[in-house]
Write a protein that binds this ligand. Structure first.
Ligand SMILES: *[C@@H]1O[C@H](CO)[C@@H](O)[C@H](O)[C@H]1NC(C)=O
Ligand SMILES: *[C@@H]1O[C@H](CO)[C@@H](O)[C@H](O)[C@H]1NC(C)=O
Ligand SMILES: *[C@@H]1O[C@H](CO)[C@@H](O)[C@H](O)[C@H]1NC(C)=O
Ligand SMILES: *[C@@H]1O[C@H](CO)[C@@H](O)[C@H](O)[C@H]1NC(C)=O
Length: 356
């Protein structure tokens, strides 16, 4: 932790030195860390007597400092800059119209322009793009690492009428705002997200039900970091509602003369066809599938009794979607019957005595 802090401080110190890139034509880009002082350079076209000089600095449309007849005009100065901006003229003749802003804030970031008002018409002498970078601080006020929010949005449940979207941001700091938008840019999340903390980090969860076909974008914003990230998912209603079938296989238990296997598919659409095959490819399904439907999504359970040592494969097909998914299970009949779900590569073996 101490090492981390030291490293961070070093990085900050390196950045505190600031970087200035300028050229003769009067375009300057300055990047600085919050709380640092910054000089915005500007030279007037010619040297003037101080009491005849008029120059003006503007940030976008706000007035930063208007220098008139040897003094700063306080009436036009925006509150943001009051008491924080000084100039370098000391009653002498000079062309220097540079200003210094002390204790910069992130909100000072922007486009600054220096105008030589003596010229008629007033002339732009210099333009400065100032970026004041935020320094994250921990609870004790020490600089700390931020963690960018990376949202991920998924459909967790869908039927013919609605889709439940879950947007999740993990391990972010500071806490991001999380909003779901449709493709027209309208906010569709109607609830506040819930959040939880792990140490200094935040997990944020936003669930929203949507009812129309569209692309939905979850946007996570961290104002303090000037960071915004998004993730988009497509939701489709009507026509072919599509939830690809993901089967799971389990051993129900011994049954008369064999072992009862079950293959289950939940929340699939269109309705999948489920069949049990042996290794030779024979259809060994010997019971009727149990099918139930809820909001256009199907649950299918197909049980079958097997009696021989073999590989048994449950094949789930959604013809319309050109989708097929399989799981194979090994059943061994020796003194008992044992089943190895071959998908579980960790090697779990369920040993079942059949009592035959
Ligand atoms: C100086 O600024 C001008 C105006 O923006 C730009 O076109 C030019 O590329 C800059 N020159 C250098 C050397 O940065
Ligand atoms: C203006 O004066 C300040 C303070 O002496 C100096 O740092 C700066 O370089 C001068 N700028 C110009 C453009 O002369
Ligand atoms: C969703 O996004 C995809 C990919 O950008 C685009 O092809 C599709 O037209 C969009 N659909 C809607 C309804 O906005
Ligand atoms: C999502 O991020 C991309 C890439 O940064 C950006 O182009 C797009 O405008 C963002 N979309 C929204 C809705 O914020």
């Amino acid at each position: 932790m101490e090492m981390e802090l030291l490293l961070l401080l070093t990085i900050c110190l390196l950045m505190f030195s600031g970087k200035t890139f300028g050229n003769e034509t009067g375009h300057v880009k300055i990047i600085i860390k919050e709380d640092e002082d910054v000089i915005l350079p500007c030279s007037l076209k010619t040297i003037y007597e101080d009491d005849k000089t008029i120059f003006d600095w503007k940030k976008d449309v706000k007035d930063v400092l208007l220098y008139e007849s040897g003094t700063v005009n306080p009436s036009t100065q925006h509150d943001q800059f009051r008491g924080r901006v000084s100039h370098f003229r000391n009653g002498a003749k000079s062309e220097n119209a540079s200003i210094k802003i002390i204790k910069t804030k992130v909100s000072d970031s922007g486009h600054y322009t220096c105008f030589d008002i003596i010229q008629s018409p007033p002339e732009k002498r210099n333009q400065v793009v100032l970026t004041v970078e935020y320094i994250l601080k921990d609870r004790t006020g020490e600089p700390t690492a931020g963690a960018y929010a990376k949202p991920s949005v998924k459909i967790v449940n869908q039927n013919n009428h609605w889709a439940l979207l879950k947007c999740q941001v993990l391990d972010a700091f500071p806490k991001p705002t999380v909003v779901l938008y449709n493709s027209a840019g309208n906010k569709v999340s109607d609830k506040e997200p819930s959040d939880s903390t792990k140490g200094d980090r935040y997990d944020v969860l936003l669930e929203t039900k949507v009812t129309t076909t569209d692309n939905y974008t979850c946007v996570a914003t961290q104002e303090e970091l000037h960071h915004q990230f998004n993730d988009t998912t497509f939701v489709h209603f009507g026509g072919h509602l599509s939830q690809l079938a993901k089967p799971s296989v389990r051993t129900v238990g011994p049954t008369v003369g064999g072992l009862l296997l079950s293959c289950e598919v939940h929340g699939a659409s269109p309705k999948p066809i489920v069949v049990w095959y042996d290794r030779a490819g024979n259809n060994v399904s010997n019971r009727a599938p149990q099918v139930s439907e809820n909001g256009g999504l199907y649950d299918v359970i197909l049980e079958t009794t097997v009696t021989k040592t073999d590989n048994y494969t449950c094949v789930v097909t959604q013809e319309e979607r050109h989708h097929q998914s399989k799981i194979t299970t090994f059943v061994e009949r020796s003194r008992g019957i044992s089943v190895t779900p071959s998908l579980v590569l960790i090697g779990i073996t369920i040993r079942v005595l059949t009592g035959v």
